[in-house]
Design a protein around this ligand. Structure first.
Ligand SMILES: *[C@@H]1O[C@H](CO)[C@@H](O)[C@H](O)[C@H]1NC(C)=O
Length: 175
């Protein structure tokens, strides 16, 4: 009866081609909303982080927050491992007290992130927010410990990564 018109074929082809974007919509929409809550959040970093977890395409803001808290925790643990190595490295002899300070800060951060994750799992969002806010201080406080000594910046990539991830988690919980 009706012949499939070329424009309809083009429409369906376009739909097909655009399918991957549907998967990404959650991450990019959530990240855009997160940057409106916290303007210091890097949009591309946020999207890349969320998309690094394949389950991010099929979850809500809360699910995304859980993913990012997990990433923040992973990075904080990697940073602590790096700090532990620095403590054994004579090259850092003059800034050992500061490295010790950072070790305690990151240890505490890991605990806070774990408590925040528990809060998210048990729908205790007030707790989650409190502990994410507390966790947010660690990378800055660590950096300040060094800047007081006018030492060359150490952990300067790690500090931004963990700070960004924690900021993103907090913004997602606040949605
Ligand atoms: C991370 O370290 C760099 C270099 O010291 C510094 O410029 C930046 O402000 C630090 N970020 C935080 C969150 O402390």
């Amino acid at each position: 009866m009706t012949i499939l018109s070329p424009s309809i074929v083009v429409f369906f082809l376009a739909l097909l081609v655009s399918f991957p974007h549907f998967n990404n919509a959650t991450a990019s929409d959530a990240c855009k909303a997160a940057t409106r809550i916290s303007p210091t959040i890097d949009l591309n970093f946020c999207i890349t982080s969320l998309q690094s977890d394949s389950t991010s395409s099929s979850t809500n803001a809360l699910g995304l927050a859980k993913i990012v808290v997990g990433l923040a925790s992973k990075h904080a643990k990697t940073t602590k491992a790096k700090i532990n190595k620095m403590l054994l490295d004579a090259a850092y002899g003059n800034i050992m007290p500061e490295i010790h300070t950072c070790r305690s800060l990151y240890s505490r951060m890991i605990d806070y992130l774990s408590t925040a994750a528990d809060g998210l799992s048990s729908s205790n969002y007030a707790d989650a927010k409190t502990y994410l806010s507390a966790a947010l201080d660690a990378p800055c406080d660590c950096n300040e410990a060094f800047s007081k000594k006018q030492a060359p910046p150490v952990l300067s990539n790690e500090n931004e990564t963990v700070k960004q991830l924690t900021e993103i988690s907090l913004a997602l919980v606040n949605m």
